[in-house]
Design a protein around this ligand. Structure first.
Ligand SMILES: Cc1cc2nc3c(=O)[nH]c(=O)nc-3n(C[C@H](O)[C@H](O)[C@H](O)COP(=O)(O)OP(=O)(O)OC[C@H]3O[C@@H](n4cnc5c(N)ncnc54)[C@H](O)[C@@H]3O)c2cc1C
Length: 407
């Protein structure tokens, strides 16, 4: 049986970082990345943004240049799926039947799209957006498409809407909740994005539950039918209703899983030779005193660095503050921290313009800040939250007040 040193399962943001960080931390044995993707790790964020809008080409998507993996002797096994992990004998089995031995193992299995389960869900013209192939398939289908409906008014749905509008397509977004981005932002931010999209010609429909994709005899989607009987013509539908972590492999291997593979602040599972990082892992969040699975590139990278240090026998706890970004048209949203549990918001700036920030508090404590085209507020917010600085909420809305005073 081939001995593969450290085996990393998955081939995206977390895996790419973990492999490189392992060498930086002094790992001497082989490193083998087993990925079901057909190419080396590429960035997912541009898929719904610049790549879909045809401003970024595929060759610019690679996370690291191929030469870097070669120099660091990182062996990629592409288009391979790990079908079983045996932690007792420290082996993985591939879908092609091959068995590989490991000394250490990393789960970077990420997440997959949540599929809609309604009548017509398998019709021709229904698309999802997670992988490069999804976008390439979508781009081919866009030719000649007249009416696009996007199901889901979260980040993926809205970024996709913005990119497709920039290409001149007619777009309707249907969201089940009363407002866009309801799960993740305050009403002021939802209202801002609704206005932004409507000003750019997107039809936004909220509080509508999609019931069926109506198809022609050919099996191609023609309409989206909602539970209240309303219909929206569609020859192409993109479903963006969230993701599910890929946990089945870890569960079958006997690892504890909740919303993600359960790890500690060192990215360790209960098995001392197995770590997990990225979208698949649930971990203790510093600053917030809760267990959380995050879905973001900064988290995947930070946790991968932590996991690599752990595998090399070092102790570097996860200390990063969560952050996230979204680009839509000319607007850059940057989010510092996590707003869950907030009981008050303060708006700094004019929410009817394209420049303001929303500050989320629980009692007196600053939890998170959403910054609309306000990179300075974002940088300061990160520092203020991570240093747990006291903030006088009454001074926040005074634009003449210099926030740096609090640092
Ligand atoms: C369109 C889009 C836009 C996004 N925009 C942003 C953004 O603006 N900002 C941001 O912070 N984040 C964004 N994200 C989220 C971000 O891309 C994810 O958080 C990140 O990709 C997580 O990386 P990961 O390596 O943990 O998992 P993933 O990217 O999910 O990769 C895991 C890989 O492992 C593979 N795999 C799973 N099981 C196996 C197995 N058994 N064998 C082999 N391979 C396996 C999976 O198929 C997948 O390819 C976006 C995501 C998408 C899809």
């Amino acid at each position: 049986m081939t001995h593969c040193g450290c085996i990393i399962i998955g081939g995206s943001h977390a895996a790419a970082q973990l492999a490189v960080s392992l060498r930086q931390e002094g790992w001497q044995e082989p490193i083998t990345v087993i990925s079901d993707a057909s190419s080396l790790p590429y960035q997912r964020p541009p898929l719904s943004k610049g790549f879909l809008a045809q401003k970024v080409t595929a060759d610019k998507l690679l996370i690291r240049p191929p030469a870097l993996y070669e120099t660091n002797q990182i062996d990629f096994r592409l288009q391979q799926v790990v079908s079983a992990v045996d932690p007792v004998n420290k082996q993985v089995t591939l879908a092609n039947g091959e068995c590989l031995a490991y000394s250490k193992l990393a789960f970077c299995t990420g997440a997959r799209v949540r599929r809609i389960e309604i009548c017509g869900a398998d019709a021709k013209g229904i698309h999802y957006l997670r992988d490069l192939q999804d976008v390439v398939g979508l781009q081919q289908a866009l030719t000649g498409s007249q009416q696009i409906v996007i199901v889901g008014g979260g980040y993926i749905g809205l970024e996709t809407a913005a990119s497709l509008r920039q290409l001149g397509h007619s777009v309707t977004v249907i969201e089940a909740a009363p407002r866009l981005l309801q799960r993740v932002t305050a009403p002021a931010v939802s209202e801002y994005f609704q206005r932004l999209h409507e000003a750019n010609g997107v039809t936004i429909v909220t509080q509508k539950q999609v019931a069926e994709f109506v198809t022609a005899e050919s099996g191609v989607v023609t309409q989206v039918l909602c539970t209240d009987g309303s219909t929206y013509p569609a020859d192409l539908v993109i479903v963006g209703i969230g993701v599910r972590p890929n946990l089945e492999l870890a569960q079958a291997a006997g690892l504890e899983c909740a919303d993600g593979i359960v790890v500690d602040e060192y990215a360790r599972t209960a098995d001392p030779d197995i770590v997990a990082a990225g979208d698949c892992a649930q971990h203790p969040l510093p600053y917030y005193d809760q267990l959380k699975r995050l879905e973001s590139v900064p988290n995947a990278m930070e946790q991968a660095k932590v996991a690599a240090a752990t595998l090399c026998g070092k102790s570097k706890p996860y200390q990063a503050l969560p952050w996230f970004w979204s680009d839509q048209y000319q607007t850059k949203l940057q989010i510092a921290g996590l707003n869950s549990g907030y009981d008050k918001t303060v708006i700094r700036g004019d929410q009817t313009t394209h420049n303001f920030s929303v500050w989320y508090f629980h009692e007196q404590r600053l939890l998170a800040v959403d910054c609309i085209n306000q990179p300075k507020d974002f940088m300061l917010a990160k520092a203020l939250i991570s240093q747990n600085k006291a903030i006088d909420q009454s001074q926040l809305s005074d634009l003449d007040f210099d926030l740096k005073t609090w640092l």
